[in-house]
Design a protein around this ligand. Structure first.
Ligand SMILES: Cc1cc2nc3c(=O)[nH]c(=O)nc-3n(C[C@H](O)[C@H](O)[C@H](O)COP(=O)(O)O)c2cc1C
Length: 164
């Protein structure tokens, strides 16, 4: 009998994070579309929780908040959640990204880490101002991500590009 068994194809693993921008109301749509082709886990800041309806997320998605870091850790030697998530994920997507969270990232180190920034788009914002500050539609984020992951030759042979 052949020793070559077909291995189940592993889906890409996406850690999807939201911070407290109004655009986080679209988080459920993005999480839903990504989970069509990827394993998705979610992290949300305290502010993001004001905009996210957790009931609207697919039930299979694991959802983490800051407190989980501490409830899962008791002593030196225990697993540390953010490190375990780092090991688990192929890619992390932050959408929406508040100015507050962006300010914590040094832009040069972002470039060094090979992070892809999907620029905001100009439109009339909810506050009534017109400006270059809105999050692109979830479908744009999803297709940009799929293309970037495919091009970087993640070990993702199952990634569907046909509908891009
Ligand atoms: C209704 C509402 C809408 C907001 N929208 C935005 C936004 O679009 N972009 C932004 O950077 N901050 C926005 N903020 C402010 C952030 O929520 C606030 O700076 C918060 O401290 C961000 O925390 P975080 O980065 O930990 O999520 C909004 C606040 C409120 C109350």
């Amino acid at each position: 009998m052949s020793k070559l068994k077909s291995q189940p194809i592993q889906k890409p693993r996406i850690l999807l994070a939201a911070s407290g921008s109004l655009a986080a109301i679209k988080f459920g749509v993005l999480a839903d579309s990504l989970s069509d082709w990827a394993e998705v886990r979610v992290v949300a800041t305290k502010s993001a929780l004001h905009f996210i309806n957790r009931q609207s997320l697919p039930p299979s998605i694991k959802f983490y908040v800051d407190e989980d870091e501490w409830s899962s850790w008791g002593k030196i030697g225990d697993d540390v959640l953010h490190i375990e998530l780092r090991k688990w994920a192929d890619v992390m997507v932050i959408a929406s990204l508040s100015a507050n969270t962006l300010a914590k990232k040094h832009l040069e180190s972002i470039k060094d880490l090979g992070i892809l920034v999907i620029s905001p788009i100009p439109k009339k914002l909810v506050c009534g101002d017109y400006g270059n500050g809105a999050m692109p539609e979830p479908s744009v984020i999803e297709s940009t991500l799929r293309l970037a992951m495919y091009n970087r030759e993640f070990q993702v042979k199952s990634m569907p590009l046909d509908s891009l």
